[in-house]
Write a protein that binds this ligand. Structure first.
Ligand code: GNR
Ligand code: NI
Length: 178
């Protein structure tokens, strides 16, 4: 397994429309494992292939949280190959962040419920219904497959402030100031 470099805005590769996966072979399985390792190492709840420079319709996601019943951590790792939203309705506002726009976050309005069709990592077709953070994350990751970042979805003023904050942090970090 290997850690992959996560591309950051304004890398033009984040703006490409990703290509469908056509072969679920050993190379793809290795890429999936590397993306999972990279997602966990970065403490992300999801990672889309374009974020590590692979222009493929592939997403890994783990929105696990503590079970309120027994306080145990429940893993919820999922792999979506060629995912497609079949149904979407309702509305939810969530404060989002992105590993490709590190250091800032902002509230985004999205659909509150989605039904997702996808292939799992063995190539079997699956369908799932999601609400809450899971629905938010699915829409955030599918945006990456279209070359869209959550900051694109902000109101103009909010977008300007968020990106100005991002640029300021980026130049300060590059200059060695924390
Ligand atoms: O780690 C992440 N957290 C997050 C929080 C709220 C809404 C979406 C996300 S996805 C993000 C990881 C990432 O950038 N995936 O593309
Ligand atoms: Ni993201």
């Amino acid at each position: 397994m290997a850690l992959l470099e996560i591309l950051t805005h304004p890398d033009p590769r984040l703006r490409l429309v990703a290509q469908p996966v056509t072969r679920i072979d050993a190379d793809l399985q290795r890429l999936i494992d590397d993306m999972i390792e990279t997602m966990y190492a970065a403490h992300g709840v999801g990672l889309a292939a374009p974020q590590i420079g692979a222009s493929l319709r592939l997403v890994v996601m783990d929105v696990s949280r503590k079970d309120p019943e027994n306080d145990e951590w429940v893993s919820d790792l999922q792999v979506f190959i060629n995912p497609r939203i079949a149904e979407a309705d309702g509305e939810i506002t969530w404060k989002e962040g992105c590993l490709s726009v590190p250091g800032v976050n902002a509230e985004v309005v999205r659909c509150g419920r989605v039904v997702l069709d996808y292939l799992d990592r063995s190539g079997a077709p699956q369908r799932l219904e999601a609400t809450g953070l899971r629905a938010v994350c699915i829409q955030h990751e599918l945006d990456h497959l279209e070359g869209t970042l959550y900051v694109d979805r902000l109101e103009p003023l909010e977008q300007k402030l968020t990106l100005a904050d991002y640029e300021r942090r980026r130049t300060e970090t590059a200059a060695g100031v924390q």
